[in-house]
Design a protein around this ligand. Structure first.
Ligand code: SAM
Length: 182
């Protein structure tokens, strides 16, 4: 079985948008407990490279390499870059979410901070035709983030899978084709 409800959301998005193919190099940010990595490994049929990163430990999955650490830390980012060994990345998927403090504005700000770092990473490491999928929350910061996505990707679309509860503010943004920095 899948380790997370999130796995079903990703499968729904992939059924429509065809993110995974055998042979791709994929980075999964905020990978624990491993549901998205399971979907990636399955749909890539064991061909390609999947690197998952999380603060938490993830139980092993065939065909997936894990890095445990904080994505906001320079040293962990270097570790991720080393794992990629200069290989251009085809797909970055990000489901990172901060520990909820119960203070909504603070959670929202933290969540966008992580999403912004993920966007920077994706725009830097993706090959020109690369794809970036990121979960964000509607509310404060959404419009600014959309704008930042549009500045970095030629096409940006929003996806709300059925498996995502109606009242949940989460929405997945899908960027395609990196715009070269001037
Ligand atoms: N996509 C995953 C799956 O399908 O199993 C679920 C991801 S869960 C919603 C969000 C994850 O983001 C948590 O496991 C959390 O530890 C991770 N996370 C939050 N902040 C992080 C950070 N600074 N660096 C790395 N991971 C982080």
């Amino acid at each position: 079985g899948y380790r997370s409800r999130a796995a079903f959301k990703l499968m729904e998005i992939d059924d429509r948008d065809r993110l995974f193919r055998p042979g791709l190099t994929v980075v999964d940010l905020g990978a624990a407990p491993g549901g998205w990595c399971q979907v990636a490994a399955e749909r890539m049929k064991g061909q390609g490279r999947i690197v998952g990163l999380d603060l938490l430990e993830v139980a092993p999955i065939d065909g997936v390499d894990f890095i445990q650490g904080d994505f906001t830390e320079e040293a962990i980012l270097r570790q991720l870059e080393a794992a990629l060994a200069g290989r251009p990345v085809d797909l970055v998927i990000c489901d990172m979410a901060p520990n909820i403090t119960g203070i909504d504005a603070a959670d929202q700000a933290k969540s966008y901070y992580l999403a912004e770092l993920a966007l920077d990473f994706a725009a830097t490491w993706l090959q020109p035709k690369g794809v970036f999928l990121v979960k964000v929350f509607q509310g404060a910061g959404f419009e600014a983030y959309m704008k930042a996505m549009r500045a970095r990707f030629r096409s940006v679309a929003a996806r709300k899978p059925k498996a995502s509860r109606e009242r949940s503010r989460e929405v997945y943004l899908l960027g395609r084709e990196v715009i070269e920095a001037a």
